[in-house]
Design a protein around this ligand. Structure first.
Ligand SMILES: [Zn+2]
Length: 340
């Protein structure tokens, strides 16, 4: 089944569009190349459960303020710790009293990064990237940017209701199942409702762009790409005609086809990295252009690109196809066959 989009246009900022019985789509701005995020309101008795909150930015608060009159928020479910998802949870709790639900892995990660606790601080991230061959100029630009996370998430609710994989949440007249996935964030929560057949995918499954798969300083050798691919495979157990509600882009049907495209995408990236490392030992920093086909300069993009490169290299190493060695303190990868 090829991808199909039941709605060609998103709702305007500050408006809603019902995409499934009792499920309403909101769009909020983002100050990045990726300029929007989708949020969802699920009818919940006399009110609504919000799924994700938007980044802390005046225009997002203004959109919420235009939406909230006449709508009672019963709770907030946040899929993962990234600022566009968690950013306004504390503000929304103060405005509406709606408590926060998220997984413990996401809640703790948010606190550690916001507080800048090593190894979740900027210095540890930059040190990881330096070891992986990112040049001094781009390392300095990342350091100069400081703790951007705290700007996007200025406060975190003081308490939360932990979500666990397999939880069944009664929201209004429907039951939603929590599906925890890995690789994009530690314990990302997606939500599936069998009737209507809807998956709120968060960032785990997007229709056009490939989800960022990253690496973080606290677990520098973790095969996050392998974890992500396994999480995608789990989603393919859902019906092919599931309506997928992604955090970016348009709602779509064609879950299995999209997962197949993403698996092929990562296979191709891995093959390119293997070919480059077979020619000469290479660091993640040197491989950025191989992976992305263009120079990456913007610090925000550099952070995602380096994480993505290291994740692919860790994946290949964990499958015995690459091995790393230190040359002048920089991690270089070589192919495991035809060694000198
Ligand atoms: Zn995300």
């Amino acid at each position: 089944m090829p991808l199909s989009h039941p709605h060609a246009q998103p709702p305007a900022v500050g408006a809603t569009l019902e995409v499934a019985p009792g499920v309403h789509w909101l769009r909020m701005p983002l100050p990045f190349a990726l300029d929007h995020i989708n949020l969802w309101l699920i009818e919940d008795g006399d009110g609504f459960t919000a799924v994700d909150t938007g980044i802390a930015m005046d225009s997002v608060k203004a959109a919420w303020k235009s939406l909230l009159p006449g709508r009672h928020l019963t709770r907030q479910i946040v899929t993962h710790f990234h600022p566009d998802h968690l950013g306004l949870a504390a503000w929304l709790e103060a405005e509406t009293g709606a408590p926060l639900s998220m997984t413990q892995g996401e809640y703790l990660t948010a606190h550690a990064i916001a507080a800048g606790i090593p190894p979740f601080d900027v210095a540890s991230m930059v040190q990881l990237f330096r070891q992986h061959g990112l040049d001094a100029g781009r390392c300095a630009a990342l350091e100069a940017r400081g703790n951007a996370y705290r700007r996007g998430v200025p406060a975190i609710p003081a308490t939360f209701r932990p979500l666990f994989d397999g939880d069944r949440l009664q929201i209004g007249t429907h039951t939603w199942q929590v599906i925890v996935g890995h690789g994009h964030a530690p314990e990302h929560a997606s939500l599936y409702c069998a009737d209507p057949n809807v998956l709120i995918a968060g960032d785990m499954l997007l229709p056009r762009i490939s989800t960022n798969v990253s690496c973080y300083a606290a677990a520098p050798h973790l095969d996050t790409l392998g974890l992500y691919l396994a999480s995608l495979e789990r989603l393919t157990r859902l019906p092919e005609d599931t309506l997928v509600l992604p955090s970016h882009g348009l709602p779509f049907r064609g879950l299995h086809a999209r997962v197949a495209e993403l698996v092929a995408h990562h296979d191709a990236r891995c093959a390119e990295l293997l070919a480059a490392c077979a020619k000469r030992p290479s660091s993640a920093g040197e491989l950025l252009e191989v992976l992305f086909g263009r120079p990456i300069e913007d610090p925000h993009q550099t952070m995602f690109a380096m994480g993505e490169a290291i994740a692919h290299l860790n994946h290949l190493e964990s499958h015995g196809q690459l091995q790393h060695r230190l040359d002048d303190g920089i991690i270089h990868y070589t192919t495991t066959h035809d060694k000198e």
